[in-house]
Design a protein around this ligand. Sequence first.
Ligand code: F6P
Length: 371
Amino acid sequence: MKRCKIGILTGGGDCAGLNPAVKWAVKTALDARLAAERETRYEILGIRNGWEGLMYMDPAFPMDPHHVVPLNEELVRTWDRYGGTNLGTSRANPYNPKHDLSRTVLQNIESLGLDSLIVIGGEDTLGVASRLSREGVSVVGIPKTIDKDLPGTDYTLGFETALNVIVECVDRLRTTAGSHRRIFVVETMGRYAGWLALEGGESSGAYIILIPEYDFSIERVNDLILEGNRSGARYEIVIVAEGAKPAGGAEFIRDNRVDSFGHHALGGVGEFVARSIQDATGLETRSMTLSHLQRGGVPCAYDRRMGRYFGIAAVDLVVQEEFGKMVAYRSGRITAIPIEEALGSPHLVDIETQYDTARYNGRRTILSHCR
Ligand code: F6P
């Protein structure tokens, strides 16, 4: 029987759904019945901490447990119940122009004897996968990011769990906001795309939703708050994506350092909006940044299921030797697309059809063209 070795890694920001994907890739690769049908026995190695595992392992000691872990069905049996990633992750970039370790990664893929590599990540991690693929590595991708902004797929792992966190937090804030007659501004993640803020706001019934795709007027926000107050609202919930900005202003940057892919950490727009509302309306206003709470916790049912389907489909691509592709969810079906397609411009909220620019909220008509 033919033998093949698969490597699997998770890179970039963690989220719920990664462990289910790894579990089901392992189970599908190692399944004895499928092995007989395929006439191939697969082995699967977990690479620790994203690309770091392949950048920093010692080729003379390739099975160093700090960097590599052999995976089997017993080990991953319960993984689908856990959030984060048991393989660990990092934002390390082998193609970092300041310290390029891409040659080392290629050598280490060889020293481990990997025939293929399953890469679970967002834009940055998959960008590295795509470059390695062009250098001849047999790569397959699985999309993840709580921002759900990768083009080419309608779903990215982690999004629905993060949405559930937003809804739960807003539900909790409502009781205290109502008791004290306060306005609460909730800052969600969402660097370029407002999906978390928009769908989180729609799911939790937020009064105002501010997204990166549409620069807001703070005067309009204040007017809407006063309008709500006049009509008797005891409190309001405002949701703002970290990447949202006032018209004529810039994104709010939390600190000036950049990661190895050149990204600044965003944050602060929620506090800005809260202060502006309080100053302009005199209504007591607090802000709350949900931050990494959105990435934490156990995967919801949807992320367990999508992780499972994506993990299985990734192994199908390996078996069929369809490399350079990423599994994707499109129009209700699991399919595959070239990894490059997921690296184009981010998939953003369509302002024309999905956002109400007058009320700064979700659309109020779905089947007709007028709002
Ligand atoms: O990768 C998506 C994301 O959730 C963004 O929305 C956010 O800007 C970023 O991760 C924050 O990541 P970290 O603080 O872990 O580097």
